[in-house]
Design a protein around this ligand. Structure first.
Ligand code: HAM
Length: 411
């Protein structure tokens, strides 16, 4: 017997219906904000991802050499592919461009609950705008999408400038290490690292950064850095929209293409893998041969949203099993077609079981049985049996359709 590959999942119908319901809510939300869907290939040239992030990320990705000897990768995220597509196809589209995607991504991770090797992202990119108002639009959409999904979460917003300012005297390599530890919230290791560099005073300042909650407090730590105005304007844009968020200037973001504003959201009821969304401003287009275009975007970790929501019931609509005696077979086909035309879910037995076996099977999988025989065929009626309550009545097909439709999921 084969097992599915490590870090992947199979989804049974109940789970797929829940996923599609939440996906539809997110799509509807993106539509209302004027974002339109795009789709890129599942695999790309490896260099698209190593160009900015370096060769080290190869060990975190699914890479392969194709039959033509090209180095390829299953997409680990969708921002780089979307910007590649923008450079290839988007030159003449009026800006800013508002795009969204819902796509599976692949990362060679150590699997655990909420962390998979194949997972889905619902992402948004606003391309070609560079202002606090643009960042605020994207952040407010992030909030609207999560809120539409129904989860409880905290939105945290930061900016890379304060951290970079504090670390400006460190060498690039040291700075990256500090940012990585800060990003992972590995504060003990961070303290040890800075002590090793004889820069323990930086540890206190970095901790102050993660704790400060207003632009004013930030200014007390960093002084008047040039990005201060941007940060203030962004906060005031968000406050104007009554958005609930917490400032956190300790957000460093693992992917190293971010340039300024960064933000993340955390589900309240999840443990270790509780980050359900991440994003920020970035510049990638010029690396892929285009002009230097500013962008801002984010991706929702769709699977983590689903873990946070847990199992929930959905209205399914009644299921009707149409059962016929052999002399009413043709009539049963007409009845079934009419039920489906009126939007109902109608089943016929494909296994040529006996009448009583069909009825027994219907009791397991359907809410109603519509039974037709010679008498019903001649009268142009049907027998509608409520499989929950057991009662049965003779009705015209129109009456049966009206009765089933009016009861919805609860026969
Ligand atoms: P990211 O933070 O790497 O950002 O991923 C976004 C979200 O995807 C995470 O917050 C998390 O919820 C989810 N996620 C990441 N890895 C896994 C995994 N192995 N299993 C399940 N869920 C996972 C990006 O990917 C950026 N491209 C976001 C972005 C868009 N920035 C600008 N535009």
């Amino acid at each position: 017997m084969f097992q599915r590959p490590r870090g992947t999942r199979d989804f049974l119908p109940d789970e797929m219906e829940r996923r599609r319901t939440i996906e539809a809510r997110m799509r509807e939300c993106a539509r209302r904000w004027g974002y339109r869907e795009v789709c890129t290939p599942v695999f790309e040239d490896l260099e698209l991802f190593t160009m900015r992030s370096g060769e080290a990320i190869i060990r975190e990705m699914y890479t392969f050499t194709d039959k033509g000897g090209r180095e390829m990768v299953l997409r680990p995220e969708v921002t780089a592919p979307v910007i590649r597509m923008f450079v290839n196809e988007g030159k003449n589209i009026p800006r800013p461009i508002r795009w969204f995607y819902f796509a599976d991504c692949f990362r060679y991770e150590r699997p655990q609950k909420g962390r998979y090797r194949q997972f889905w992202q619902f992402g948004v990119e606003l391309i070609g705008a560079d202002s606090p108002r643009a960042d605020a639009e994207v952040i407010a959409l992030a909030d609207a999408l999560l809120s539409a999904s129904g989860i409880e979460y905290e939105l945290q917003i930061g900016h890379l400038a304060p951290v970079k300012y504090l670390l400006s005297e460190l060498e690039a390599g040291q700075c990256t290490k500090v940012m990585q530890l800060l990003d992972k919230k590995e504060f003990t290791e961070l303290k040890a690292l800075l002590e090793g560099m004889e820069r323990e005073e930086l540890y206190r300042s970095l901790m102050d950064l993660t704790e400060c909650t207003t632009p004013e407090e930030l200014q007390d730590i960093t002084g008047r850095i040039p990005e201060m105005e941007w940060i203030r304007a962004l906060c005031s844009e968000l406050d104007d929209q009554d958005l609930k968020y917490r400032l956190n200037f300790g957000i460093a973001r693992g992917l190293d293409y971010y340039t300024g504003t960064v933000f993340e959201a955390f589900a309240s009821n999840l443990g270790a893998e509780n980050q359900v969304l991440g994003g920020g401003t970035y510049r990638l287009a010029h690396l892929f041969g285009g002009e230097d275009v500013p962008s801002c975007g984010f991706a929702v970790g769709f699977d983590r949203v689903m873990v946070s929501l847990g199992e929930f019931d959905l209205p399914k609509g009644p299921v009707i099993s149409v059962i016929a005696t052999p002399d009413a077979e043709r009539y049963a086909k007409d009845v079934t077609r009419s039920l489906r035309s009126s939007g109902l879910c109608a089943l016929r037995d494909p296994m040529e079981r006996s009448f009583s076996n069909q009825l027994a099977h219907a009791a397991k999988i359907a809410d109603y049985a519509i039974i037709v025989g010679k008498r019903e065929r001649e009268m142009g009626t049907v027998s509608l049996k409520n499989l929950c309550k057991g009662d049965q009545k003779t009705l015209t097909l129109e009456e049966a359709i009206a009765e089933v439709s009016s009861h919805g999921d609860r026969p």
